[in-house]
Design a protein around this ligand. Sequence first.
Ligand code: LIP
Length: 282
Amino acid sequence: MQRRVIDLGSVMDELLEIRDLALRIALEVAPIPATAQPRVPQARTMAIASKSTDIDLVTELDSATELAITRLIMAERPEDGILAEEGSASASTTGYTWVIDPIDGTVNYFFGHPHWCICIGVTDAEGDAVVGVVHAPALRETYVAAKGHGAHVIIDEEWLPLTAAAEAPLELALLATGFSYDRERRLDMARVFAALVPRVRDMRRAGAAGLDICGVAAGRVHGYYERDIKPWDVTAASVVAREAGATVIRTGQPMGPNLTIVAAPLLAETLRAELAGMGVVD
Ligand code: LIP
């Protein structure tokens, strides 16, 4: 059998090149949604449509931003694959696939909240997330990571290294979560939320998975759990979280019922056991 010798050094260097390309693309396209977001909804003129349910929104800016991102990727790396929330897709012949959420936190974006972000992640031939850029224009923060190269947040052009939140007992943990667009599924999520909230320090529901997960990497929350988030919500931020030292648990089906947990190792396992005890495994 032909042994494939992998020069790890060149792979690591290529991941840095891909990371820097993803960062450049995120910064280049950011003005498209950022300049179009009215901070007071009365000024809003953008076209919207609903997707899976009446509360699952897509705006014309989601689509325009995704188109701009995919065009810039294809110009530089035409053989890579694409998987994006608003439908852009192409097969990879290099093993790398770009997994894109052009506006993560669309409902926040539409109603004028600053808590939304552009998520550009990359997976390798094994499907592992190896590069992540989460850019939050309205917050003026950009999270970047490449496998084996650590995680940083860029604020005012300064690269600050990230170390994930330390371990915390459940009763002192500040947790982030979110809810599905499926009203039936949301009912069960509310049951879990109600059971957990009296037992932890507090809960945050900020509305953008990418920023929630980066919040663990930055130590702003101890942990995050959510069900049914899609690959484009989690891929980029999961690299940031892992490179900052957090554990990322993802069970279930990537595009179906699933459960994502991000926290320091012991808290992640505690959360997994607590959720399983409530019948939540995906
Ligand atoms: C959102 C996630 C959020 C979740 C929302 C929605 P979108 O992604 O970032 O964590 O609670 O239901 O899935 O739809 O704004 O890209």
